[in-house]
Write a protein that binds this ligand. Structure first.
Ligand SMILES: C[S@@+](CC[C@H](N)C(=O)[O-])C[C@H]1O[C@@H](n2cnc3c(N)ncnc32)[C@H](O)[C@@H]1O
Length: 633
């Protein structure tokens, strides 16, 4: 990628007279030219007002408390855990070799609320929201799903408050400048195991591909999925009538990332009709192979006895008294073979992957096949059509379709099913993964991604948190995103609600001093106005203690839903001792993050050395992040 300077000139001019350049300038020019890529993306970096604003003002967040949606009940639907009310399959047949000490699936446990997420909607330009998230969520996001403006030239997108028209000579440069800034900020938020999914149509497919290759690395591009979102296509087009669009899927680091083994095709999914106690779906397949090429005479190593207890619960290769000896003998009487070599069988039997059944007086061995599907990169299922599961669905939920082109709920749901961590065993022996995961959409529009996360949580008892960022262009945040999410939580038409908590924030700014930048007064104001950011960072929103004196706030203490952790903010250093004893009394040994005002970068390490106490100076740590993002300004 090569991006030219703000005026459209590269740093060194080749067009100027070379004779007039000094030796140093010539060396710099040769270096610059030799470092330029031979292949890639070139555009002119077009200055953007919202980004330049951050040279004068520092973004913070402010909660709109009237828009808080509190949780009613816990996160799993009463009638079963299915998205559309499907019941869970019955308990699977158990075998003694199955590790009986496995903890139950988290959604089956009485939930104390400690892992229940508080979902966030952030209204404002996403350049500012992403800047704030660089402080609150660096390396904490599992999946980013975005559906940016496609830059069609049909008044679908504004740059510096002007619609970018089709004949704008800088149309692509403006879009690339806009996207690059945001994608770079967004990448910082991803976990090493995380994914970014970006939808696009043909207008910017090629430029976006090169841009993402540059930011994420071509090696981390996992695929481009074509989605048939509008089979009818559009009338009156001169050439092709586009009826599909694309999802570009990247890993932050393909070596660390993994797709979930899951079936998204309904027919394939239905064939996995049994459910483990930890929630994984599976089906049974015969463990014997009896085609000619797999007979004993051709594969002698795959012929061995398996011993099964009379109650069929214990299966082993060790000969045990009273156990039935089972060989792979086909119904024709021919000596066949087992699917696995003896050593592989020994590994799998420990994981509980075999089931024995008595059929027609004989014992048959089956192996479990867990839910998975070969994922194709062309998605044509009807459920992905945006007219039915986007536009019409939105109308059903909020009563109007003022918002153009929402995505099909199922297109988002399915890519999240593949990429989001699941609240069950990754593999046996690794323990239950019930950590809350985070899904971010910073072009949230009508909130389809938030809706999909709620559905996904309802279907498997997961604790995924969504963060939706959107501007309020044409009132979208307040008239579409927020009402949609509220309705999905509270129920709409004949759909039962999905219990969840949401908090709504707006971006605001702390103005720097025009002459001196970040003065002491700016630091004071920053601390006063960053409490909501700290609550988000720590996921502790409930106030338990506040001390004020007539002059200023002294300290506040917040906790999470389950009161298992705390955040203390000390605004006034003269109140440190009082704050310390109050914190000790309130937290009672539980973890606490203590944010303490300082004009410098004093870490206060020695002052707060109790176990489970973490101390961070404010506002310096926020300023450090902003200095890095806004190039030290
Ligand atoms: C294509 S739509 C996303 C639609 C969404 N996927 C859905 O299913 O509803 C893009 C959205 O991004 C929002 N947007 C555009 N530029 C933005 C910016 N700089 N900051 C925040 N939101 C922005 C627009 O208001 C628009 O709602």
């Amino acid at each position: 990628m090569k991006k030219n300077g703000k005026n459209g000139n590269s740093g060194n001019t080749v067009t100027g007279s070379l004779e007039n350049l000094s030796r140093e300038e010539l060396i710099a020019l040769v270096k610059d030219l030799s470092q330029r890529r031979k292949f890639g993306l070139v555009w002119e970096d077009k200055p953007e007002e919202v980004a330049e604003l951050c040279e004068e003002k520092l973004p913070v967040l402010k909660e709109v408390v009237e828009r808080h949606i509190p949780r009613k009940g816990l996160g799993v639907r009463d009638e079963g855990r299915g998205t559309r009310g499907e019941k869970q399959g019955g308990m699977p047949p158990c075998q003694k070799t199955h590790p009986s000490s496995l903890p139950p699936h988290p959604s089956l446990l009485p939930d104390d609320g400690s892992n229940l997420p508080t979902h966030l909607i952030i209204e404002g330009d996403n350049y500012h929201s992403l800047s704030v998230l660089n402080y609150t969520h660096p390396g904490k996001v599992d999946v980013i799903y975005i559906d940016p403006p496609y830059n069609t030239g049909a008044k679908d997108w504004m740059y510096n408050n002007d619609y970018v028209e089709k004949d704008d000579a800088y149309r692509h440069s403006k879009w690339l400048s806009f996207m690059e800034k945001r994608l770079v900020l967004a990448k910082n938020l991803l976990k090493e195991t995380g994914f970014l999914i970006c939808t696009i149509d043909a207008n910017e497919l090629c430029t976006l591909g090169l841009l993402l290759n540059d930011i994420f690395g071509e090696n981390n591009r996992l695929g481009i999925v074509t989605v048939l979102h509008n089979p009818k296509g559009r009338n009156f087009t001169r050439w092709f009538s586009a009826n599909s669009e694309y999802m570009l899927v990247y890993a932050k680091n393909a070596n660390n990332a993994a797709f979930n083994e899951i079936a998204i095709d309904e027919d394939i999914k239905a064939s996995f009709d049994l459910t483990e106690i930890d929630g994984r779906k599976y089906r049974l397949e015969p463990f014997m192979r009896s085609r000619t090429e797999t007979l004993r005479e051709n594969k002698p190593k795959f012929w061995y006895p398996i011993y099964v207890s009379d109650d069929l619960l214990e299966i082993t290769r060790r000969k045990k008294s009273g156990f039935h000896e089972v060989y792979p003998i086909a119904s024709t009487g021919k000596e066949a073979t087992w699917i696995n070599l003896p050593e592989t069988f020994d590994e799998k039997v420990l994981l509980g992957w075999f089931v024995a059944k008595r059929e027609n007086g004989k014992i048959q061995i089956y192996r479990k096949l867990y839910e998975q599907q070969i994922l194709k990169n062309v998605w044509t299922d009807k459920k992905y059509q945006s007219e039915f599961n986007g536009t019409n669905l939105l109308k059903e939920i909020i009563g109007n379709n003022d918002f153009p082109y929402p995505k099909s709920l199922y297109a988002v749901l399915d890519i999240l099913k593949i990429t989001c961590p699941r609240p069950c065993l990754k593999s046996l022996g690794q323990g239950v993964v019930s950590q809350p995961s985070v899904i971010l959409d910073f072009f949230a529009g009508s909130g389809t991604t938030g809706h999909a996360v709620l559905e996904l949580n309802a279907s498997d008892g997961g604790h995924r948190q969504f963060i939706l960022c959107t501007n309020n262009e044409n009132g979208i945040a307040e008239n579409v995103t927020y009402p949609r999410i509220k309705k999905v939580i509270e129920g709409y038409a004949d759909k039962e609600g999905i219990p969840a908590e949401v908090r709504y924030f707006q971006t605001e700014f702390v103005e720097k001093d025009k002459e001196e930048g970040v003065t002491d007064a700016v630091r004071y104001e920053m601390v006063d106005r960053s409490t909501d950011m700290l609550k988000i960072r720590e996921n502790t929103f409930t106030l338990v203690e506040r001390k004020v004196n007539p002059r200023r706030r002294q300290f506040e203490i917040y906790t999470n839903v389950a009161r298992t952790k705390y955040t203390a903010v000390i605004y006034d250093t003269s109140a440190i001792e009082a704050a310390k004893s109050k914190i000790a009394a309130v937290v009672n040994g539980l973890p606490v993050a203590i944010y303490i005002f300082t004009l410098g970068d004093d870490s206060y390490d020695g002052d707060f050395d109790a176990p489970n106490w973490r101390v961070e100076p404010l506002p310096e740590r926020i300023l450090q992040v902003y200095r890095r993002l806004f190039r030290g300004k």
